[in-house]
Design a binder for this molecule. Structure first.
Ligand code: ATP
Ligand code: MG
Length: 601
């Protein structure tokens, strides 16, 4: 491609709409253009990158025996009603764009394809003999994200590879899951990314396995906890660890103390001169179940610990049956406005005890009249602890479970693991923390969808059995941007060679120099012919401008037919380290071939 004929517009200044380096650079270098909130045009350079990433993904998937297909993006609401996800996805979470057609039929724009694929399996797979099967597609997904941001990182329209596998038994599912873990590692390695596979939350589905593939970068929205020995890595949503030991309590007898202005643990511990490990704090949450029932949840946890909302949500989902519900729609810390809807009188916030009375709740058809009381494991073994008194400005000290306060019946593990904690597998190892961008997620689904949608096959024994399923996603467009987030300098993008839009760019310093033009044209034709994807900057611009642009768009090798032509040579500059080489014109092709081979493998 000749730059003179390309839609090639670069910006000198950082665009105001962008916060993180990769987003700024992709906009400045003319790879993407914002069309609306979370909506981007992939311009020609970007599209080449996306095609390369897709191709790497495709090759790795095909190598495992998975088969590519393409499923409809418009999906009938009925399928989502069968799985029970229509209301959650269109209303509660609201992540799915939905619409009504001219026949008044409801449809959604696919955020994911479990429903569609399960329907296909239900119709087409009759016998165990047809299993296992694994289908995947690479396609645009639609999600009405609450906060679209960071360009392609969190768009409302983005490219995903999603795959779904069907099995008769756990062993077969696990095998495909392992194959996928390997394929995903290969994809990311080949794309030139530094990443980590981590244990991930598999939500209420539980199941034995879910892993996320995290590209390591400061701008990542996820926190990863890991140990140096390489034995453990998990998303903080899922991570486990050993909490620090509690210090022995200095309070030997139970009494109520005036503790003015101590509504936080910090202030309380300063005032009482005690350790947060001697405090039981009682945190209030509000859960709304899918049948509309609001439940007020009081979690008692050790004062130095924090509640992990993802773990809490999973516990509350397990308890849904107690409220004739199936799942939790919302989990929040109720603010003053939320409290007004159900509080019978004003709550002693900051001073609540584990036994705060149920008569604070004005129960109704929609609001359960009793607190759901949970105690985290860290608080169970405390003795002579400090906690609230249910009266503002007062705490109690020297309290014990089953003496002053009944121990809540439901013991849960909902504490947040954090950096510096001792690891479970080896207490000598402490957890380290890193930021990550989730680019892939693999998941053993089990029978969640097949059961809900009645998707069964006939087993060897002649029984009707629901399919065991796995699902595997990679954000193709997010992956491409995360490569930039990991690889840039003050001058612009530094693409990993495997996914760069072009391998080389020939920048002609002076387009009125006939010899420069001649050599450039010759190399341009030769390189492209031999498979080295090459741009020709033949614009009528100053050399400095051309070099700046080449650096900004991040093409791995810049070829300059300049002063060294006299010696039959051109200058070749490596983008990554600015190293300059004088290479004989006749050897440019073979040299670049070698470099590219070495960089890609
Ligand atoms: P996140 O927690 O970041 O919202 P998710 O758990 O919703 O991701 P999945 O449903 O597992 O993601 O989707 C598979 C992959 O698709 C993700 O690993 C990610 O790479 C990509 N992805 C998900 N949402 C978006 C988005 N809004 N924009 C770009 N890529 C996305
Ligand atoms: Mg999401």
């Amino acid at each position: 491609m000749r730059l003179s004929q390309m839609l090639f517009v670069t910006l000198r200044e950082d665009p105001a709409e962008a916060e993180i380096p990769s987003h700024k650079l992709l906009l400045r270098a003319g790879y993407i253009r914002r069309i609306g909130s979370g909506l981007y045009a992939y311009l020609p350079l970007m599209w080449r990158v996306l095609k390369k990433v897709s191709q790497i993904v495709r090759e790795e998937m095909d190598a495992t025996g998975a088969q590519e297909c393409l499923l409809p993006q418009l999906q009938p609401a009925d399928l989502w009603r069968e799985s029970g996800r229509w209301d959650t996805y269109t209303q509660a979470e609201g992540i799915m764009f939905s619409m009504t057609d001219r026949q008044q039929r409801e449809l959604g724009l696919g955020p994911t394809h479990e429903e569609v694929i399960t329907t296909i399996a239900k119709d087409m797979i009759r016998s165990y003999r047809q299993l296992p099967v694994h289908l995947y597609q690479i396609q645009t997904k639609f999600r009405d994200e609450i906060r679209p941001r960071f360009g392609l990182m969190r768009g409302r329209e983005f490219i995903m590879k999603d795959g779904y596998s069907f099995h008769t038994n756990e062993e077969s599912l696990k095998k495909t899951y392992q194959d996928m873990a390997q394929a995903y590692s290969n994809m990311l390695r080949r794309s030139g990314l530094q990443f980590r596979a981590v244990d991930a939350d598999s939500g209420a589905i539980g199941g034995s396995g879910s892993q996320e593939f995290m590209v390591l970068a400061e701008a990542g929205e996820d926190e990863v906890l890991y140990t140096e020995d390489g034995q453990y890595a998990a998303n903080v949503e899922k991570a486990v660890s050993m909490p620090a030991d509690a210090e022995p309590s200095p309070f030997a007898t139970f009494e109520k103390r005036e503790t003015p202005g101590t509504e936080t643990i910090d202030k309380l511990c300063k005032f009482l001169k005690c350790s947060p490990t001697q405090v039981v704090k009682n945190v209030l949450y509000q859960a709304v179940y899918d049948n509309g029932m609001t439940v007020l949840v009081l979690v008692s946890i050790r004062g130095d610990q924090d509640v992990n909302q993802v773990k809490l949500l999973n516990e509350l989902t397990k308890l849904a049956g107690n409220y004739q519900a199936k799942t939790v729609l919302f989990l929040t810390v109720p603010d003053a406005e939320a409290q007004r809807k159900w509080a019978a009188k004003s709550l002693p916030l900051g001073y609540m005890a584990p036994d705060v009375a149920d008569d604070y709740i004005a129960g109704s058809k929609e609001v359960n009249s009793k607190f759901l009381r949970l105690v985290d494991r860290t608080a169970v073994d405390l003795t002579n602890f400090v906690t609230g008194s249910n009266e503002s400005g007062y705490h109690v000290v020297g309290a014990n479970w089953n003496q002053e306060f009944p121990l809540p019946a439901t013991v849960v593990g909902v504490r947040t693991a954090k950096k510096g904690d001792r690891a479970v597998h080896n207490p000598e190892q402490t957890l380290q923390s890193a930021r990550g961008i989730e680019v892939g997620h693999i998941f053993q689904l089990g029978t969640k969808y097949s059961q809900a949608m009645g998707a069964t096959y006939t087993s060897e024994q002649g029984e009707e059995m629901p399919f065991l399923m796995g699902c595997y996603g990679v954000g193709v467009s997010r992956l491409a941007q995360s490569a930039v987030e990991q690889s840039y300098d003050k001058d612009g993008i530094i693409w990993p060679v495997a996914i760069a839009p072009y391998h080389a760019i020939i920048s002609i310093p002076n387009i009125s120099d006939a010899q420069q033009i001649e050599v450039a044209e010759k190399l341009y034709a030769e390189l492209n012919q031999s498979g080295i994807e090459t741009l020709l900057d033949d614009r009528d611009e100053r050399a400095g401008v051309k070099f700046k642009d080449a650096d900004l768009i991040g093409i791995p090798y810049r070829i300059v037919p300049g002063r060294s032509l006299k010696a039959g040579k051109v200058e070749v500059v490596e983008r990554a380290n600015h190293k300059s080489h004088e290479i004989l014109i006749d050897e440019v092709n073979s040299t670049l071939k070698q470099w590219i081979e070495a960089a890609i493998n």
